[in-house]
Design a protein around this ligand. Structure first.
Ligand code: ZN
Length: 117
């Protein structure tokens, strides 16, 4: 008979420290209905529909970030370019003429050495 350690170390911290920033974005994208979160805290301002975008990072000789999204108002699929990931997110007028709030929902990061054959 061996002697067993009876009390393994256990984490009992209040509200285990799980970083949640990323999870929020992921689940929001999965659910595909951001109506709930969009609805709050817009005091009187006109609401601009959120357009979750797929963003493609720069690769090879391409220096821009490309992104595609869908206009919530008319359903058109649109395409855009941005200098940096930061400038992808934000409010703008889409190609169809409607205002959209583009949000980087999915980011396709490219490998560092995109030039490698
Ligand atoms: Zn539109």
């Amino acid at each position: 008979m061996g002697v067993k350690a009876t009390s393994p170390p256990r984490k009992n911290g209040p509200g285990a420290a799980t970083p949640q920033g990323r999870e929020d974005i992921a689940t929001a994208a999965k659910q595909g209905s951001p109506t709930r979160s969009v609805r709050r805290a817009s005091s009187g301002r006109q609401q601009v529909p959120l357009a979750p975008a797929s963003v493609f990072g720069p690769v090879g000789r391409r220096k821009c970030w490309w992104y595609s999204y869908r206009c919530r108002t008319c359903g058109a699929y649109l395409f855009g370019r941005a200098r940096s990931l930061d400038t992808v997110t934000g409010e703008r007028r889409a190609g169809c003429g409607h205002r959209v709030h583009v949000m980087a929902a999915r980011i396709y990061d490219q490998p560092e050495s995109g030039a490698a054959a």
